[in-house]
Design a protein around this ligand. Structure first.
Ligand code: GLC
Length: 739
């Protein structure tokens, strides 16, 4: 009799479970039938290297390892790999099938990837300029296009979770992740970051597939005190709210579904273990209710780097109590066991676990993974198309900044060019880091169907007009001799200098000055008295002050992506009129870096005038092959009330001979504040296309809450009566805010 009852119970229970799975739209019902192991497995994210045959990122599945992780450890998420579409497709199909068809509840996996500048971990992916360069475009529409192509090229292989965009505001160019940010201005980071998120998370073309972006790295990661990656940040709370918080606030308004935590320490606390930052501030004050994922192996870092826990079990308690939902364990297998022990010891509650698992299941549901867990062959038709490459070319052309031009550009096509330097004939320098490999794949693994700068110049200026010098650096007298010999046949010397790709802590430096052997190459070129054009391929502004004075032109190309060479050649030839502006301040000296919106600290009040020049090239600087003239700045009134608005307008004329695009940057200076105020702050920006001779009136509506208020150290925004100065180009007008 007992056996019959038991059989009947098991049969009914399994019917209930199957009913739950089928009605997987009900997260709470699914949660109600999950075992503890299944729940903690959902909170655990492993690296693909734990389930590939050779433990690398190439996608050859180690089926036994994988099945063990899925069936015994119930792992709910994986991240990071790099391979072809075909391999990705088969790999993700195989692992999802096991998760969905061979486990008790069939909960689909969610797979994370760092597609931070295009589908950069797919061999055939379209690679865009990194965010720092994109920020120099100041073009939200362009950001949306790039996000959309990235989504369209990511979705077909079931990579539902993109650990992008970086929303950190870059305040020190020493930081090796400078190029991953949208620059030094909080509003630019907020506007471009949220534009990316909205475009990435909503792409009708890939329906029914949906993708999640990831706001990272919360918070205070990008102002490390020592300049080194993950070195401590000490940021006053008022500054944290005014400078570093707005991009995250805007991302939450944009509906970002997930957030990744900063690996570093902020004001003495590892952010991963900070209940104040992740619960009080992030969840309760800012109202973020999406999934919070750690950065990679950051429970270990709490023990081994921050030393705020004696062991990983204590660190696990800190991190979960702080409010993290998922641990990016990568290849660490102790998390699950530690959580179970902490629960049995009563140090963690099942309510905490359930809250996290509920958010993770909700995310999978919102992304449609229960209904569509498998990759889609149909969507493969839209990857790596000519159209996508056109967007990459447009993105590169609109993000390359012309910093200096002493009547040399555009180049006369009859001139013989010599191309030299580390970026002269390199694809890796163009695609940069996070391209087919974390540090940027070796030259041989870079895409076949892309040009180097030398090749693009040949196709643009004619094969017989372009020579390549094999000299990349001057390391010896022989190098110099060879280089000078190469320059003899050239009319113009184009030097592609900068930084070999690097990522995170691998890019830590002690001196912002460009390498001596590259500076020597530039000096040797200048000494020939022939015109020199510098093309900077770098992730941060390396100091080149003396050399910049001696060359005829300077272009900041950063890491311009798969079409970067053609974009540079098009600008050198004049086919494209440069239109970008610096989204960061280019330092004069290695020992002194200062953002444009610094506090007024100079002693120009009493005895010493302000430094004549604070930067080599200031924030917002960018030249064109035409000239723009501003005139007739007007305000609808000189008085504004807290709930009123003021309408500003200014005329911009293209006074040159060719069509061009201007970046209009509207700043406001708050004359007196109860908290010291920056010398000026960017409040609005837009791009203006003008034909030769054309004049347009552009507008900016000043809204006190959006443009005049600032937060106190509690993050509460205050609006203070007083005088404000509206600034655009070299024009300005004062107005007053009354109570
Ligand atoms: C890295 C980075 C983070 C990235 C993650 C997954 O350490 O800090 O930005 O998304 O690991 O690759």
């Amino acid at each position: 009799m007992h056996k019959i009852v038991l059989f009947a119970f098991i049969f009914c229970y399994s019917l209930q479970v199957n009913a739950v799975i089928k009605s997987s739209t009900n997260v709470d019902s699914l949660l109600s039938v999950m075992t503890l192991d299944e729940k903690i497995g959902q909170m655990t994210q492993m690296c693909f290297s734990t389930i590939t045959l050779d433990g690398s990122k190439s996608l050859d599945l180690n089926v036994d390892n994988f099945k063990q992780l899925i069936k015994q450890q119930h792992i709910g998420s994986f991240l990071s790999g790099s391979d072809s579409y075909a391999k990705w497709f088969d790999f993700v199909t195989a692992i999802q099938k096991v998760a969905v068809e061979e486990t008790r509840l069939g909960i689909p996996l969610i797979i994370g990837i760092d597609h931070v500048h295009g589908a950069n971990y797919i061999n055939e992916g379209t690679i865009f300029p990194h965010n720092l360069m994109m920020a120099c475009s100041f073009d939200k529409t362009l950001i949306e296009k790039v996000a959309k192509v990235t989504a369209i090229e990511t979705a077909p292989v079931g990579l539902s979770w993109n650990f992008s965009p970086v929303l950190d505001v870059a305040r020190t160019p020493y930081w090796p992740r400078f190029y991953e940010t949208f620059g030094e201005d909080s509003r630019v980071c907020a506007e471009l970051g949220s534009a990316y998120i909205k475009a990435y998370q909503y792409v009708p073309e890939i329906a029914p597939y949906k993708l999640s972006a990831c706001a990272k790295h919360f918070i205070g990661y990008s102002d490390p005190k020592y300049g080194y990656d993950r070195s401590p940040s000490e940021i006053p709370m008022q500054t944290l709210h005014e400078v570093f918080m707005p991009p995250f606030r805007k991302a939450f308004e944009a509906g970002v579904k997930t957030l990744m935590v900063n690996s570093g320490e902020l004001n003495g606390e590892p952010v991963h273990g900070s209940k104040f930052l992740l619960d009080t501030l992030l969840r309760r004050q800012l109202g973020f209710n999406g999934v919070i994922v750690t950065d990679i192996k950051d429970i270990e870092r709490i023990v081994k780097m921050h030393h705020t826990a004696a062991n990983e079990k204590e660190a696990t308690l800190q991190v979960i109590n702080a409010g993290v939902d998922m641990y990016m364990a990568c290849n660490s297998y102790t998390f699950i066991q530690h959580v179970k022990e902490l629960l049995s010891e009563g140090k963690l509650s099942m309510a905490q676990i359930d809250a996290s698992v509920r958010r993770i299941l909700q995310l999978k549901k919102e992304l449609g993974l229960f209904e569509n867990p498998y990759p889609s062959k149909k969507l493969l038709d839209a990857v790596n198309t000519t159209e996508n490459r056109k967007v990459a070319l447009e993105a590169a052309e609109k993000s390359i900044v012309l910093l200096k031009n002493e009547d040399i550009l555009p180049l006369d096509k009859s001139k013989k060019l010599l191309i030299a330097g580390i970026g002269a004939n390199s694809k890796r320098m163009l695609n940069g880091p996070w391209s087919f490999d974390w540090l940027g794949a070796a030259e041989a693994q870079q895409p076949q169907n892309m040009l180097t700068l030398f090749e693009a110049c040949k196709s643009t200026f004619g094969t017989n007009n372009v020579l390549l010098s094999k000299t990349e650096r001057i390391l010896s007298p022989a190098d110099k001799k060879q280089f000078l010999k190469d320059t003899r046949k050239a009319d113009v010397i184009v030097l592609a200098v900068g930084e070999q790709p690097y990522s995170e802590f691998m890019g830590n430096i002690n001196d912002l000055t460009l390498d001596a052997d590259q500076l020597e190459l530039i000096d040797a070129a200048i000494a020939t008295k022939k015109p020199v054009v510098l093309v900077l391929m770098e992730g941060r502004p390396r100091v080149i002050t003396k050399q910049a004075a001696g060359v005829k032109a300077v272009l900041f190309a950063g890491y311009p992506g798969i079409e970067g060479a053609q974009a540079i050649a098009n600008i050198l030839s004049g086919k494209t009129n440069p239109s970008a502006s610096l989204a960061f301040s280019y330092p004069l000296a290695a020992g002194h870096t200062i953002p444009y919106n610094h506090k007024p600290s100079e002693f120009n009040i009493y005895w010493k005038p302000e430094p004549a020049q604070k930067w080599l090239y200031p924030f917002g600087h960018g030249l064109s092959y035409t000239q723009f003239e501003y005139s007739d700045l007007q305000l609808s009134d000189t008085i504004i009330t807290p709930n009123g608005t003021l309408k500003a307008s200014v005329k911009i004329k293209n006074a040159g001979k060719i069509r061009g695009t201007e970046t209009a940057l509207w700043y406001i200076k708050d004359e007196v504040g109860s908290i010291s105020r920056p010398v000026k702050s960017l409040k609005f920006f837009e791009k203006i296309d003008l034909n030769s001779g054309e004049e347009k009136t552009i507008h900016f509506e000043i809204n006190p809450q959006q443009h005049l208020a600032f937060p106190d150290k509690a993050g509460l925004y205050r609006l203070e009566p007083g005088r404000y100065q509206l600034i655009i180009d070299n024009k300005s007008l004062w107005f007053s805010l009354n109570n």
